[in-house]
Design a protein around this ligand. Structure first.
Ligand code: PRP
Ligand code: MG
Length: 178
């Protein structure tokens, strides 16, 4: 496993991102719709930097099984239990990869008739993009690599790591043949 971003770098990038969000939203209240499980650590740090009134809501969406490639069809496992009509939604995820999760979720959330929807990710990774979607806010931009740590998993492992690592071919082989 190779270290990509230390906890100090991550903290600095999240602080810079939050400053942009604070400037853009001003006093307007924002609803963070946090996608479990991956975005929980990012959202926890981000929300503590925000100066506007913040409401936290959670959804659980699943696109990956025990694989490193997207299944192509994200499923909503836990939906919102409240209407978000006329709210400013900031959809928070750990990583924008193929884009299917955020594309699907943005469409789904439009049914709530919010005042606005923007997307905010810890990592915007370009390599495998399948739909034309760009994050409105991204703390880190990355070309490629299977990343874990800071909420992100491989087979539910590594979410608790406080830095971001890239899994290498030998790590993946080790996991499937312990
Ligand atoms: C991962 C990740 C993002 C999504 C990104 O979630 O947390 O939500 O995939 O991939 P995409 O851009 O290709 O759709 P996953 O569905 O694996 O669930 P998790 O958050 O519980 O890890
Ligand atoms: Mg996720």
């Amino acid at each position: 496993m190779k270290l990509l971003f230390s906890k100090e770098v991550i903290a600095r990038r999240i602080g810079q991102l939050a400053a942009r969000i604070n400037r853009d939203y001003g006093e307007r209240p924002v609803v963070l719709v946090v996608l479990l499980k991956g975005a929980q650590l990012f959202a926890a740090d981000l929300c503590r930097h925000l100066t506007c009134p913040v409401r936290l809501e959670f959804m659980r969406v699943c696109s990956y099984g025990a694989e490193t490639a997207s299944s192509g069809c994200p499923r909503i496992l836990l939906d919102l239990d409240e209407q978000l009509r006329d709210c400013h939604i900031l959809l928070v995820d750990d990583i924008l990869d193929t884009g299917l999760t955020l594309h699907h979720l943005s469409r789904h959330l439009r049914q709530h008739q919010p005042a606005s929807i923007r997307t905010c990710v810890l990592i915007d990774k370009y390599e495998r993009r399948q739909v034309a979607i760009a994050a409105d806010y991204a703390a880190i931009e990355l070309q490629q690599g299977f990343v874990v740590g800071f909420g992100m998993d491989y087979n539910e492992q590594y979410r608790n790591l406080d830095a971001i690592y890239c899994l290498e071919a030998e790590d993946l082989a080790k996991e499937s043949h312990p």
